[in-house]
Design a protein around this ligand. Structure first.
Ligand code: PEP
Ligand code: MG
Length: 324
């Protein structure tokens, strides 16, 4: 099987009925790009920049960040690279920011919430990204967006920094898509409104599931509620993809679910455009997608979305697609 998969490294991901989907990889550092290319990813769907900030005693400088972003963009040779701005807080702490302990860190001062308040830190990252943008195909994504206002504020700050750089004579790529993670249920519900303002969505199921089911993704005692195949989750995903398409935008997924064998036929049927996963899952996913018909997967959509439980969905998908 491994041998069969390795033949797919340089192939496009086209379904049996001729539809192309993009298979991208999630990375944490520039060193990860080697594995991304070796496994034939068509792009990077999530670059988690928090690792640049972790395991050290002070913030990374603009120059350090610029070097990291430039390296990733250059190594990807024009393939799309979605960089997520700092997503700290929750399970990821930065001791040197000396933030007060919170009762519910996952519901607290994290990610874009923190960046919109600690603007010097945010602007430094955005400048580094904008300067690096001329070295490849950069797309910028904001994490943990709950309201339109947050997205607008973040985008306005980005445009301010872009203008400043241009006034300083620094060149910045002409078109940089600006999108958001959909990982908070409120954003998934209002996806039609967000879709008018973003260039793309990337669905973060790791968080979207925990927030929708109100079940901590790290707490084993409630892990039975952490259900990617719960129809409530699938309907939210459906809503997000549809909303994007109605506005002519693309929708991807960068949560763990995007790489799951059982999820792939469902997501294909819902019309997902981009699947971003760990590099080591790419070839298995490509082999699976090439055998699937998108039309057939789409014809099962209503049946799956009207099911009552995750168990029902799982049993149906296993049987229909001969999985396991
Ligand atoms: C997610 O929430 O699905 C996601 C991709 O982000 P992270 O796992 O970094 O929170
Ligand atoms: Mg997340």
């Amino acid at each position: 099987q491994k041998a069969e998969w390795s033949k797919l490294v340089h192939e496009q991901t086209v379904t049996s009925d001729g539809h192309h989907v993009e298979l991208a990889a999630n990375i944490g550092t520039p060193e990860d790009v080697k594995g991304v290319l070796a496994n034939g990813a068509e792009g990077i769907g999530l670059y988690r920049t928090e690792f640049l900030y972790m395991g050290r005693s002070e913030l990374p400088t603009e120059e350090e960040q610029f070097e990291a972003y430039k390296t990733v963009l250059e190594r990807m040779e024009g393939k799309p690279v979605v960089v997520r701005t700092l997503d700290i807080g929750g399970d990821k702490e930065l001791p040197y920011l000396e933030l007060p302990k919170e009762m519910n860190p996952f519901l607290g001062f994290r990610a874009i919430r923190l960046c919109l308040e600690m603007q010097d830190m945010f602007r430094t990252q955005l400048r580094a990204l904008l300067r690096a943008s001329v070295y490849g195909n950069l797309k910028i994504m904001f994490p943990m967006i709950a309201t339109l206002d947050e997205f607008r504020q973040a985008k306005a700050i980005l445009l301010e920094e872009k203008e400043k750089l241009q006034n300083e004579g620094v060149s910045v790529a002409e078109t940089i898509e600006v999108g958001m993670m959909v990982e908070i249920p409120a954003a998934a519900v209002l996806a039609d409104q967000f879709a008018k303002e973003v260039d793309f969505f990337s669905i973060g199921t790791n968080d979207l599931i925990q927030y929708t089911m109100a079940a901590d993704r790290m707490n084993e005692r409630v892990s039975y509620l952490y259900q990617p195949y719960n129809p409530a989750i699938l309907r939210l995903i459906h809503n997000v993809i549809d909303a994007a398409h109605k506005e002519g935008k693309w929708a991807g997924m960068c949560g763990e679910m995007a790489g799951e064998e059982l999820a792939i036929p469902i997501l294909l049927g819902l019309g997902l455009d981009e699947f971003s996963m760990s590099a080591t899952s790419i070839l298995r996913a490509r082999s699976q997608l090439k055998k699937l018909s998108k039309e057939e997967a789409a014809s099962l959509k209503e049946t799956i979305l009207s099911m009552n439980t995750a168990e029902e969905v799982i049993a149906f998908v296993k049987q229909t697609f001969h999985i396991e």
